[in-house]
Design a protein. Structure first.
Length: 388
């Protein structure tokens, strides 16, 4: 007799009238044969009479052909890095003035704030001093060349003047180029502009007047991005790594009760060593501003499946380390069928062997049917006998 992995309560006094009838008097003491109207049991099959009240506790559902499974994974929305600039102070200083407000559209090169920076003032001074030294070196080179042509200055003096001019020109180019890159390099006023390098919207501003800033700060002073385009970042479980690839469809709730479908654009080629997840990314069209950066969502991945059928997960039982289902063959007949399947989420199991689309599987009462098969069959005609 097979060993039962799932079993009913041992005390029949706790069973309802229908379950008690289905258990075939498991607590009774009839030694002479099955009760009238008892189900017929033969190997892996059970047949009930058409008017049997036990049929009322059995419910079945049809197996459905499936081509994909739906898997939910955690996800979050973030700024699109290809359209985003995270601004930090290039030099230490103090915020003197705010120019742009959050939510304001800005252009590349537009000043968002002014920072008073003695370090930048020194750079401005170096640029002015370098320009003066360059003019002096050029005048000196011109004078020495004239003297050399007149035979008064030696060749060595000319070489030294040319070297001094080249050094002054290089130093001036360095300081002036850096000052121009930072902005406001033609003055000496210590006012360092914080400028946007891209077109977009000032979506974050993390500074206030009088606030001290430095180049070592990890948090950006401001963020300019395009809120009409966001990244959907997904953390995929390690066991899905081989099944997920760019192009798979991802569904998220758009906030209005509708599913928004977007394709995966990138799947990382490594598993995060700390979290043991695979990072993936999709792009979300947010022109309607329905989503916010930093928002957490549940994303549903559509994973392709090989040939198989889907049934409610309650219909698949594990008996003696084997997966089985009870197939409803109609007219009160039920047959135990071995299968091979797995949970695919959403309360469903994918059965890749043992079932065909359209076959009905018992989803309520399967354990009671298993108990009938486990009971010893004493009568030659195969009717179920009660256990003493």
């Amino acid at each position: 007799m097979s060993r039962k992995v799932f079993s009913l309560p041992a005390r029949c006094g706790r069973l309802g009238p229908l379950l008690l009838a289905l258990a075939l008097g498991a607590c009774g003491h009839e030694e002479e044969g099955a009760a009238p109207g008892a189900p017929q049991v033969e190997k892996d099959s059970i047949r009930f009479a058409a008017d049997s009240p036990q049929l009322q506790v059995l419910r079945s559902a049809a197996a459905e052909a499936v081509t994909a499974s739906q898997v939910q994974v955690p996800a979050r929305l973030a700024w699109d890095d290809t359209r985003t600039s995270y601004l930090r102070a290039p030099m230490a200083g103090q915020v003197a003035q705010l120019v742009a407000a959050p939510g304001q559209a800005v252009r590349a090169g537009q000043t968002l704030a002014w920072i008073t920076s003695p370090e930048f003032g020194q750079l401005q001074a170096e640029g002015a001093r370098g320009q003066a030294e360059l003019r002096q070196a050029q005048h000196e080179l011109t004078r020495v060349r004239e003297l050399h042509e007149a035979g008064i200055a030696s060749g060595r003096e000319l070489d030294e003047a040319e070297a001094a001019f080249a050094a002054s020109r290089a130093e001036h180019a360095r300081s002036s180029t850096l000052a121009r890159a930072l902005g406001n390099g033609g003055r000496i006023d210590q006012r360092l502009p914080l400028r946007s390098p891209v077109d977009g919207v000032l979506v974050e501003r993390n500074i206030s007047p009088g606030m001290s800033v430095s180049a070592e700060s990890e948090r950006p002073l401001a963020v300019v991005s395009d809120p009409g385009h966001l990244w959907l970042l997904l953390d995929l479980p390690e066991h899905l790594a081989a099944q997920v690839h760019a192009g798979l469809q991802v569904a998220i709730d758009d906030g209005a009760g509708q599913a928004l479908h977007v394709p995966l654009q990138h799947v990382a080629d490594y598993v995060d060593s700390e979290t043991r997840v695979v990072h993936a990314r999709a792009e979300v069209d947010n022109a309607a501003r329905r989503f916010k950066a930093g928002q957490y969502l549940r994303a549903t991945l559509s994973l392709p499946l090989a040939q198989g059928v889907a049934v409610p997960v309650a219909g698949v039982l594990l008996i003696d380390n084997r997966q089985v289902v009870f197939v409803d063959e109609g007219k009160g007949r039920y047959r135990r069928q071995p299968v091979v399947g797995e949970d695919i989420g959403g309360g469903r199991a994918w059965v890749r062997e043992g079932l065909q689309a359209g076959q009905r599987v018992v989803v309520d009462g399967g354990l009671l049917l298993q108990q009938l098969l486990d009971q010893p069959q004493a009568a030659p005609h195969g009717s179920a006998q009660a256990s003493p």
